[in-house]
Ligand binder design. Sequence first.
Ligand SMILES: [Cu+2]
Length: 360
Amino acid sequence: MGIMERAKRALSRRGFVGVLGTLGAGLVGLAACGTEATPTKAAAAVGASGTHQMAGMAGAATPVASGASGAMTADEMDKMHEAGIKAFPAKTAGLGGQPLAHRMEGEFKVFDLVAKKVQWEVEPGKFFEAWGYNGVIPGPELRVTEGDKVRVVVKNELAESTAVHFHGQMAPNAMDGVPFITQPPIKPGTNFTYEFVAKPAGTHMYHSHHNATKQVGLGLLGAFIVDPQDPKTRPAFDKEWTIVINDGPHGFTLNGKGFPATQPFVAKRGERVLIRYMNEGQLLHPMHLHGMPQQVIARDGYLVPQPFLCDTLTIAPGERWDVIVEATELGVWAFHCHVLSHAESEHGMFGMVTALIVKE
Ligand SMILES: [Cu+2]
């Protein structure tokens, strides 16, 4: 084995053990990756913006900016990158996307949503004023079965009007959630009740449809999952992982968090993992998993006529894609948006980066 080969193997082993060690030891909440944690010359080079995503964007837009990083030595840069990886998965307050329990009212499954402000920790120590459902970003996961009668009571505790659209559902027109087209806006301090029969099955979303650039950007969004009546009508899987993608004032996020506060997913070797992507942002996000292919099975909840394999799948705004990953390869596998300015800068990884961890 050559020296380079040996070094490479040692490195990848260290990376693997390092991340697993972090997971095993519990969540490490300390240093964010570089930018805020170590205000070195590198941070100065970023300029006034100071945030990860802006650093990334600046880097992408002006390759000349890399000249500025000449002020940073290779070791300094590597240290920042290493600190980010070692902090992963970093502990932050708040976890969105957890299933919301329903109550029964007659034949209806009833869910309660409250739109309100929340201080949301998107990366360790980095808070912003988000607008969310029930105080979390993404809002709680609503899950029903195809054919269920669904009632969602939305209370607006924001200072401006809102409305909720169940994206992908064939709801009656009056329940479509678009102010002045199908309903009056839900004024501050008032409620609106949505009722519809859940169809079609698949991976869907709910989100604001009023002042949406701001309201959805700030977090008024969530997953709406409709299980099929007969699970055998869909490819089998062992575990599922919903990934809500967003880009907004708080940066580039997966399930409301930016790396290193994103959550990795752990699978046992051989398990089939269903990944449900949904893009609530403004931009295309090509999601790239290292090590194993993604088998695409559905788009916008509808099964594709012929499943196909890929390693990078572009999720456009509004789209949902379901893929199955057979966790055949052991290790910690990087998993990130491949618009590189959404994921990695001279300060290390940030934003839309997570990992699939395959264990024995
Ligand atoms: Cu992206």
